[in-house]
Design a protein around this ligand. Sequence first.
Ligand SMILES: NC(=O)c1ccc[n+]([C@@H]2O[C@H](COP(=O)([O-])OP(=O)(O)OC[C@H]3O[C@@H](n4cnc5c(N)ncnc54)[C@H](O)[C@@H]3O)[C@@H](O)[C@H]2O)c1
Length: 250
Amino acid sequence: MAKYEDLKDAVVIVTGSGRGIGRAIAEQFADQGAKIVITDINAETAAETAKEIAAKGVETHSAVCDVSKMDQVEALMQAVIDKWGKIDVLVNNAGITKDGMFLRMKPEQWQIVLDINLTGTYNCAYAAVAHMRKAKKGAIINISSIAAGGNAGQANYSASKAGVIGFTKAIGKELAPMGLRINAVAPGFIDTAMTDAIPDKIKETILANIPMRREGQPEDIAKAILFLASDQASYITGEVLNVNGGLGGL
Ligand SMILES: NC(=O)c1ccc[n+]([C@@H]2O[C@H](COP(=O)([O-])OP(=O)(O)OC[C@H]3O[C@@H](n4cnc5c(N)ncnc54)[C@H](O)[C@@H]3O)[C@@H](O)[C@H]2O)c1
């Protein structure tokens, strides 16, 4: 495993880190000796993950937070500042799918995906930057998706993840003079509960189209995020890193 000395003792917030990719990200930051904030809408998985990560011997903070609710997000950021006095890294990972063909897509199905995936990303970035800018240092990594390129049956999700890319590029430019770096990672097809829900027949077709002929693991995404959070990426901002086994770039 690569070692990033600057991530030791860094305060890192990972949203939606109760399971899946978020949990793998939290684990890898813990392996670097960072202080980890485990936060999820699901209290049970957040507590479980925090317990597992604390067993690695790093300091943790566990909190329930629905990223689509600004009051909860602001309370989370304040709690982290009260505890550790700074926020070095924010990973906007929390996200959901509510798939369906556009002609049958209900307004609620559209809205909740935009509220969590896109507005949730805005909420957390906004509340974290209020603190990061005082330190003139900080990195935010937003999780987009290959679906930002447009997936049939995912108009809501594709729009939300394309929005995340535009948002990343815009605030990457705005916040660079303040010493903050904002990047995105766009995963391809990753082995988590989110993709477990896809029927086997469709999964086979997806796999056959991946040049590396395998699905990605949550750890593959976490490795890319660690790099972008670290000083090794000190001249990279407003960028999208595709991690998808060769499916192509956004
Ligand atoms: N799995 C993939 O193939 C894949 C591909 C591209 C992008 N992504 C993105 O990666 C991220 C993680 O996906 P995953 O596969 O680990 O999914 P997952 O469903 O396993 O995990 C998502 C986590 O987010 C939490 N969450 C949901 N709504 C929330 C809210 N409002 N506030 C806070 N937490 C909330 C869930 O409780 C869960 O713990 C998502 O943004 C997803 O869109 C996943």
